[in-house]
Design a protein around this ligand. Structure first.
Ligand code: MG
Length: 378
């Protein structure tokens, strides 16, 4: 396979920064064509200097003109239309999607429609619009490669496994920082942003603390691996060494184990699901006790609500996602308490009336209506 020419959306986020380091570390395997950043202009400037992309998309025209003066040889774009133009360029063949939330949906579809495979860190895209994204992949003969450690793990385990030999998929969850905490009502933003095993962006760190992230991942796995929800399970595994398992119909369980480090799954996705040499974080099992338990969906209802939204189908998973995104923003702004996040998701799901047909428009409409509902409810 020829070396992919990559556009990376969300280069200033945690996944984006690690992806850039990998692209630079493996120049024989990858070529960087373009990047996008949203707010962090200082970091974006340093990335432009270090990685020399030909195209850069930013959030505002003012930011684009300011950067244009200092980097006259680079083409700058801005806003949502800039993102869509950037992923449409014929000069790339892989888009790495690492912007936060459902904002990645339209650029993902455009990338697929214009002939690119997508390495997808923005799992919310599949949660909200999995059916439409999968249909677009089929129609344009393109593939998605998850930048998510659990899904990369399952994808690796599934190599050589016949689909009718799969009994179930198991995603592991660290359980987040509050696995053993008694009082969940007094959790502060600062406490919720301290994850025990992973250093990640703010939104996914809060999602990990509520287990909403695992709920999003169950729905993501449903669309990625074409498995019904009752064949996708979650186990709490606080050490984050086993990332995902596949149980076969003969009772054998295949597990993928590695250190909790996103570089391996990012590299796997950028390599379009190929196994390539990587020795950054060797695993020594003699130093690693492994424990597993069932998740407590009474204390962490967001996981149960994700399953419920998935079973209801239609626009309900998009509502789950939008309510969660809106509620996490409110929690980060210290306007609601930690437990209110799941309560608001549940209220939004109860309030939602599904439209008879599923389309991109109905999904985006459900997304927007739900965000307003959550805002108005508090
Ligand atoms: Mg994950």
């Amino acid at each position: 396979m020829t070396k992919p020419r990559i556009i990376l959306l969300g280069s200033t986020g945690r996944i984006g920064q690690q992806a850039l380091e990998l692209i630079k570390a493996y120049p024989q395997d990858f070529e960087l064509v373009g990047i996008s950043g949203y707010q962090n202009e200082a970091l974006l400037r340093s990335q432009i200097t270090t990685y020399q992309p030909r195209f850069v998309c930013v959030s505002t025209p003012a930011m684009a003109s300011a950067l244009e003066r200092d980097f006259p040889s680079i083409t700058f774009l801005y806003g949502e239309s800039g993102l869509l133009d950037l992923v449409s360029t014929p000069e790339a063949d892989l888009v790495a999607m690492a912007i936060v939330g459902v904002a990645a949906l339209k650029p993902t579809l455009r990338a697929l429609e214009t002939g690119k495979d997508v390495a997808l860190a923005s799992k919310e895209v599949l949660v909200a619009a999995g059916q439409i994204v999968n249909e677009t992949c089929t129609r344009f003969k393109r593939k998605l490669f998850p930048i998510d450690s659990e899904h990369a793990a399952i994808d690796i385990c599934l190599k050589g496994v016949a689909p009718d030999h799969i009994k179930k998929l198991i995603l592991t969850a660290s359980g987040g920082p509050f696995l053993n905490r008694k009082d969940l009502n007094t959790i502060t933003v600062k406490e919720a942003l301290c994850h025990p095993n992973w250093v990640m962006g703010k939104k996914i760190t809060i999602d990990s603390a509520t287990l909403a992230n695992k709920g999003l991942e169950v729905l993501e796995a449903h669309w990625l691996f074409n498995q019904p929800l009752d064949k996708i399970e979650v186990l709490v595994h606080p050490q984050s060494i086993v990332h995902g398992l596949v149980e076969l119909i003969n009772g054998a369980q295949l597990a993928q184990m590695s250190q909790p480090d996103m570089k391996m799954p990012i590299l796997y996705a950028l390599s379009r699901g190929q196994i390539t040499p990587f020795n950054d974080c060797p695993l020594d099992l003699t130093k690693t006790p492994l424990t597993f338990d069932y998740p407590d969906t009474h204390r962490f209802p967001a996981l149960r609500l994700a399953y419920e939204s998935g079973r209801l189908g239609q626009t309900f998973p998009a509502v789950f996602n939008a309510a969660n995104e809106a509620a996490v923003d409110l929690f980060l702004a210290e306007r609601i308490a930690f437990l209110d996040i799941a309560t608001l998701i549940e209220k939004a799901l109860q309030h939602h009336q599904a439209l008879p047909t599923l389309s991109l428009e109905s999904i985006l409409d459900a997304d927007l209506t739900t965000r307003h509902y959550v805002q108005d409810t508090i």
